[in-house]
Design a protein around this ligand. Structure first.
Ligand code: SF4
Length: 91
């Protein structure tokens, strides 16, 4: 799926709306009074449910990120290393 969802537990007040909107993906943590995304969307319907859960959250506690964001950051790990040609030219 193109998007991933996470619950910011510092913002969550445990109202349960997100679980009602996306029961396949969001669970209420027993004893903690907060929600957690336990399953990222596996199809368009679940992604829509999670998007609605994020929209319905009264505290803005559900964050949505592009699923390829992690891939982009791993590509960035190659960035800081300068090509060897530049080292040779500098000396
Ligand atoms: S809708 Fe928001 S505040 Fe309510 S349980 Fe879900 S994450 Fe927490």
């Amino acid at each position: 799926m193109s998007r991933q969802f996470t619950v910011d537990e510092s913002l969550c007040i445990g109202c349960g709306l997100c679980h009602e909107r996306a029961p396949e993906n969001v669970e209420m943590l027993p004893g903690a009074a907060t929600a957690r995304v336990t399953q990222q969307p596996r199809n368009d319907e679940e992604e829509q449910d999670c998007e609605e859960a994020a929209d319905y959250c009264p505290t803005g506690g559900i964050h949505e990120t592009p699923a390829d964001a992690e891939a982009g950051s791993s590509q960035g790990s190659d960035g800081p290393h300068p090509p060897k040609d530049l080292d040779a030219a500098a000396s």
